[in-house]
Design a binder for this molecule. Structure first.
Ligand code: EPZ
Length: 419
């Protein structure tokens, strides 16, 4: 089983460039199904989830040509409307292919998406099914397979009873080819949603309101595909900023969009992280005597749940007590028991809340990465800890952080990958 072995305690320094956003790319790739034209994607991150998404395109009969961070996708040869369970079960975001397939083929079959251990049970998809029904689809479920049919999608209204990022993106892009006007309410506001709408509008779609709670889509007959450059990954940028603060290392993060990190930077100011910001870079200067600060994760522009795990590690090094309330997902705090084994002082109040008392020295330990964000948090903990830390199940880390061992070694980290 591949693993990372980390010798902790060294101060890092240097520059690290942020890659394209996983959670933007995982929506642009399925969007290629909406058009019969070839799509060129630039700034694609080289991570496992992207490979899984491109496997699904190929499995549906589409053509894929990948060169480093650029990819050409041609879906004019699409010949299937069923997601193969073996592929869909490896990727929670496989659900993003359902809407475009329904819009393009009038029919789609798919299993309950798998691939991610966080969230209640197997991550519900009720909002997606209700939304597709609002656009005129008929939904049936047999032998573990959902079957959606719609001769022609018709614009409709849908109110999200829970704010959902992929739910918003899925219905927004599907409504592009529906007849008439669709109004989506209580939408998520994430930058990746705005990026998807901006891209689709350059190809002939008519979407307004992305980035606000109400999105209006006026359907069109066809759209082009053209070229899309993936926006920088704000979660990767935030993760590296927290890593720099946690190891008190002067690190400059380049190719990023600090405007997407306002919630983190506002907290950095409160807890004593010294940093400077440019148009596309963030320089962490120092993080001496950090103060503890409690937070609640929240939909954008609040503090992102995807930075909660790295922030928990940072709070083990801060002075005082902090209460971390994970409001979005169940199970996303379970990794804290591994930090406790490293010497952290963390009390789990309930599945959504932990209290951390710091600072405490951490000691290297054998760990298993349960999901990608907990996995990278263990890397941060290993970099802080005295002695050796071993992390296995690093596929979960490779899902979201390209070549992370090479990139951290360039900052001076003593981290080796053993396959
Ligand atoms: C997206 O997940 C991201 N994934 C997640 O990043 C991110 O943590 C999450 O948004 C929240 O910001 C991608 O974009 C591929 P949700 P998503 O639908 O859209 C409930 C990472 O680490 N819900 O916003 O799947 C759900 O259970 C990943 O990169 C329903 O109840 O999350 C959750 O409690 C992890 N019914 C809440 O909504 C549904 O039909 C928010 O989930 C759908 C979701």
């Amino acid at each position: 089983m591949p693993k990372f072995i980390i010798q902790g305690g060294s101060r890092l320094t240097g520059e690290i460039a942020v890659k394209g956003a996983k959670n933007a790319a995982l929506k642009i790739i399925p969007a290629a199904l909406l058009s019969g034209q070839p799509l060129t994607i630039k700034n694609l991150p080289a991570i496992e989830d992207i490979d899984r998404a491109l496997d699904i395109i190929k499995d549906l009969g589409g053509q894929v040509a990948l060169h480093n961070d650029e990819c050409q996708i041609n879906c004019s040869t699409l010949n299937r409307h069923e997601l193969t369970p073996a592929l869909a079960n490896k990727l929670r975001a496989s659900i993003m292919f359902v809407g475009p397939l329904l819009a393009r083929q009038g029919e789609v079959k798919f299993p309950h998406p798998g691939g991610c251990v966080i969230g209640a049970g197997t991550r519900p998809i009720d909002l997606f099914l209700e939304g597709f029904t609002a656009l005129g689809a008929r939904v049936s479920f047999k032998n573990g397979v959902y079957h959606l049919q719609a001769k022609k999608l018709k614009g409709g209204e849908y109110f999200f009873t829970t704010v959902s990022v992929t739910g918003t993106e899925s219905l927004m892009m599907t409504a592009v080819l529906a007849e008439g006007r669709t109004i989506l309410k209580n939408c998520a506001l994430e930058p990746e949603i705005v990026a998807l709408a901006d891209y689709l509008n350059t190809q002939g779609a008519r979407i307004s309101g992305a980035g606000t709670p109400t999105i209006i889509i006026d359907g069109v007959k066809t759209i082009d595909a053209g070229t899309c450059k993936i926006i920088p990954d704000r979660i990767e940028a935030g993760t590296f900023a927290i890593l720099a603060a946690a190891t008190n290392s002067p690190i400059t993060i380049t190719n990023c969009q600090p405007a997407h990190l306002e919630s983190l930077l506002a907290i950095f100011k409160k807890i004593g992280v010294k940093f400077s910001v440019g148009p596309d870079w963030l320089k962490i200067i120092s993080a001496d005597k950090l103060q503890a600060y409690s937070l609640k994760t929240h939909e954008y522009p609040g503090f992102p749940t995807d930075l909660q795990s790295p922030y928990v590690v940072l709070m083990t090094q801060a002075h005082g007590a902090s209460l971390i309330h994970e409001t979005i997902y169940d199970r996303r705090l379970l990794f804290t028991d591994m930090l406790t084994q490293m010497g952290a002082n963390i009390i789990m109040c309930d599945p959504h809340r932990v209290v951390i008392n710091g600072p405490t020295p951490l000691v290297g330990h054998k760990l298993t990465s349960p999901d990608l964000r907990a996995g990278i948090s263990m890397v941060i903990a290993g970099l802080i800890a005295a002695g050796t830390t071993e992390i296995d199940n690093i596929y979960q880390i490779d899902r979201g952080y390209a070549a992370i061992d090479e990139r951290l070694r360039q900052l001076g980290a003593r981290l080796e990958r053993y396959d």
